[in-house]
Design a protein around this ligand. Structure first.
Ligand SMILES: NC(=O)C1=CN([C@@H]2O[C@H](COP(=O)(O)OP(=O)(O)OC[C@H]3O[C@@H](n4cnc5c(N)ncnc54)[C@H](OP(=O)(O)O)[C@@H]3O)[C@@H](O)[C@H]2O)C=CC1
Ligand SMILES: O=C(O)C1=N[C@H](C(=O)O)C[C@H](O)C1
Length: 350
């Protein structure tokens, strides 16, 4: 029985891990009981079940999912650092974490442990559709969180829409307009798409947007420089910087996102951007936006510097809970949101 793992909502047992004719009883975090037994399939029971359990085969395992209409969260991109951080935040908030995560094609491991307490089975892109459809069938109120790779953001968004799974898209570098159109066109779909989930940075983005809307052209003739430093593994130009640049353009600055300077060299991050050494590779986002008047006599500088990722993870879970309330509210006048909408709704906690 050493390989048998329990979640409150699912039996997740390699065939062969339980002896023929034997069974085991495991108590989950919320007190729900899981009964695992060897037979033609693995059987499980839970206090929250509603209806006949669904059986699925994943990577040589037979898994039985208890049906339930409670909110649960599937975090895709594990074992990537951002997805892992969100999975931790889901557990901290005591929300049910789906023990499956879509993962990248080159990921060698088959499972990941979240804080040593919850195991997540990693699902390669070729099995993603089948697994997601089955999870949706058993757990209609699942919400997916996507922290994957710029190159997979739109394909994953299309898959969520195809399966009717509401989602929070944190992955940057995709075509956000295409995602919004797809969600808007599909009945019952809700999504939050945003390049930054940190409450205070979202407030800064909102302030710049409001300034640009109320005072278009106020910085006409000024010059702008934008420099952003991130860990060397970051694939794209910061999506946050691109969003802020859109407001600067409305304020009259002649600037293209191609002019955003990216710092990905650890030495530069430390010496030039003053990133703490322990955050250089483990995760950081240091942004400086500098505006100068035509004669050089007036300067503005805006800066937001984040070490680590926890602030985004907390905001992401706020977005999940916001989406869950939206879809449950019965009013569907808006179905696609950004984090400014989430902030305005009062749903952001810290
Ligand atoms: N909105 C926000 O607040 C924030 C957004 N981000 C964004 O989140 C994204 C992820 O960041 P980070 O964790 O640092 O990135 P990493 O590139 O370090 O990790 C991404 C993970 O996703 C995996 N992956 C690749 N393709 C797929 C796929 N098709 N399906 C599922 N998983 C896949 C990768 O696997 P493999 O190694 O095989 O490629 C990797 O394990 C980035 O776009 C980043 O900009 C980050 C922080 C905050
Ligand atoms: O990749 C990251 O790390 C981050 N990505 C987001 C972005 O592209 O703006 C948000 C933050 O900068 C961290």
């Amino acid at each position: 029985m050493s390989q048998a793992r329990s979640a409150d909502w699912m039996a997740f047992v390699p065939l062969g891990a339980v002896g023929e004719g034997s069974s085991a009883r495991i108590r989950g975090r919320s007190g729900a009981t899981l009964v695992v037994s060897r037979g033609p399939c693995v059987r499980a029971s839970s206090r929250r079940r509603c209806g006949v359990p669904l059986r699925m085969q994943v990577d040589g395992m037979e898994v039985q999912i208890e049906r339930s209409d409670e909110l649960c969260v599937m975090v895709n991109g594990v074992p990537g650092p951002m997805a892992t951080e969100v999975a931790r935040a889901v557990l901290r908030r005591k929300l049910p974490l789906v023990p499956f995560a879509l993962t990248g094609p080159s990921v060698a491991q088959h499972e990941a442990s979240i804080d040593g307490s919850s195991e997540v089975k990693l699902v390669k892109p070729d099995a993603a559709r089948s697994v997601l459809k089955q999870i949706k069938a058993a757990r209609p109120n699942v919400v997916c969180v996507d922290y994957t790779h710029p190159s997979s953001a739109n394909a994953n968004a299309s898959l969520y829409a195809e399966c009717g799974v509401c989602y929070v898209m944190g992955t940057t570098g995709g075509d956000a307009d295409a995602m919004r159109r797809e969600v808007a066109d599909k009945a019952g779909m809700f999504a939050v798409v945003a390049p930054n989930m940190a409450k205070q940075i979202v407030a800064f983005q909102a302030a710049m947007k409001i300034m640009a809307e109320q005072f278009p052209g106020a910085f006409e003739g000024y010059t702008l420089t934008v420099v952003e430093s991130h860990q060397s593994t970051k694939a794209d130009t910061s999506g946050t910087a691109k969003a802020v640049v859109a407001s600067f353009k409305q304020l009259g600055l002649d600037f293209d996102v191609d002019q955003i300077e990216k710092v990905r060299d650890p030495e530069q991050s430390i010496s030039r951007m003053r990133v703490p050494a322990d955050a250089v590779s483990s995760g950081h986002a240091f942004h400086t936006y500098h505006l100068s008047s035509p004669d050089g006599s007036v300067h503005f500088e805006f800066q937001h510097n984040v070490a680590g990722r926890r602030v985004y993870a907390e905001g992401t879970v706020d977005a999940v809970q916001f989406l869950d309330r939206q879809r449950g509210s019965g009013s569907a006048s808006q179905t696609v949101f950004d984090m400014i909408d989430v902030l305005r709704s009062g749903s952001m906690k810290s």
